[in-house]
Design a protein around this ligand. Sequence first.
Ligand SMILES: [Zn+2]
Length: 471
Amino acid sequence: MRIAIGSLQCESNTLSPIPTVKADFDYAAGEGILKKVHVEDMLRAEGCEIVPLIYAHALPGGSVRREDYLDLVEDMVGRLPDSGVDGVWLYLHGAMHVEGIGSGEEYLLRRVREKVGFGIPVSVGMDFHANNSDGVIQLANVICGFRTAPHMDMVETERKAMRLLIRCVKDGLLPRPAVARAPVVIPGDAVQTALHPLREIMAEADEMEKEPDVLCAQVFNGQPWVDVPYMGPNMVVTCGRDREKARRLAERLAKRFYDARYDFKFEIEALEPEEALRAALAAPERPVFISDSGDNTTAGAAGDNAYMLKLMMDLRVRDALLAGIMDREATLKCYEAQIGDTVSFEVGGTLDPRSVRVPVTGKLVSRGDILGYTGGWAGKSAVVQMDGITLIVTENRTALTRREIFDSIGVDFMKYRLVVVKLGYLFPELAEAVPRSILAFTLGGSTERLEYMGHKNISRPMYPLDDHFMD
Ligand SMILES: [Zn+2]
């Protein structure tokens, strides 16, 4: 058995004005991929010959620049033999948007099919936030995805896509997945798989997978910050042979999702920014984490908005940590000074013109490379002690999602009364470590406020913009 493997991922946010370019991708080719994905042992156990293509992953960001995307696709497809391959395994995101092209997944799959034809199975593993176009559904034979949000089962998903691919090759299956859509847009942070109502919907999908002939029954939430007609929850069911059954099961999941639309709630405390700060200051717990949810880098926003910093300065907040703001110039300026020096600079708004810019003066406490949130290092950073506020600035866009990342720059968040981060819901490890967290409804590229998302191209009718159209 000869299996080709490749991975191309970026979660796009079309509200972000910053294009994602080739340099933003962590790239490996050929044998180098085997360390990046988690399927080699499965292929070796089957005695497969592996045809490694490319691996290219970027942090969530604005639409991918067309030429850079095409280079990556041609690099991938160029390594794919036009005959003699028995199956293709692809680990994609599902919400990659490319300037002038649209769905990055659909275009890639189309190029792959042009090369290998429709006579061999192509199995795809994706993120829970995939916005699958109809083209994606028609071009792949197996589509599975993460079953957790926050995501914890990435490796399991890679392996599931591979397990199903091997099964298809061995059993001579060429399944055709079916999709059904729920015309509902729910902000990402109100959709968590461990909570009602999604918990029950996911459990139903799990039950479906136990039925004969069902290879995969997958709930995708979609990524709401992508302004395309196929944005939104999509249920994809893959049966080995019975396409009609796949369609019926997908429709059952979509109806359940639509019927549950009023039950999706922010399960964490969610407040306007000033209320969030006041609540944190009055709280008996410490530290209280506040998510600057409109500038959430893990949802593709710029991460350079100094709005929360300005608000904290205006409110004379003390004993607070702002972690952090992306500003290259400000960070590099801290590398020109000595530790202990007083530094002055402006911070914010270097990427997203909607961001606020704020003058800062404080003592340079430390500086050094900061760990990135997807592994590897994210470049330079500095810690500046202002009057009552400790500020972290970083050279590159990043997110402080785990304790390890704070540790990498010697910052102990437990020492503060309140900590502001550029996230939506806290990642599980942080959520466990802190006694209270509040989501602040700030504006920006990842705003949770649907009315500010400015969608022009999404399919209508769509709840909550429209309602009762399916009753
Ligand atoms: Zn996701």
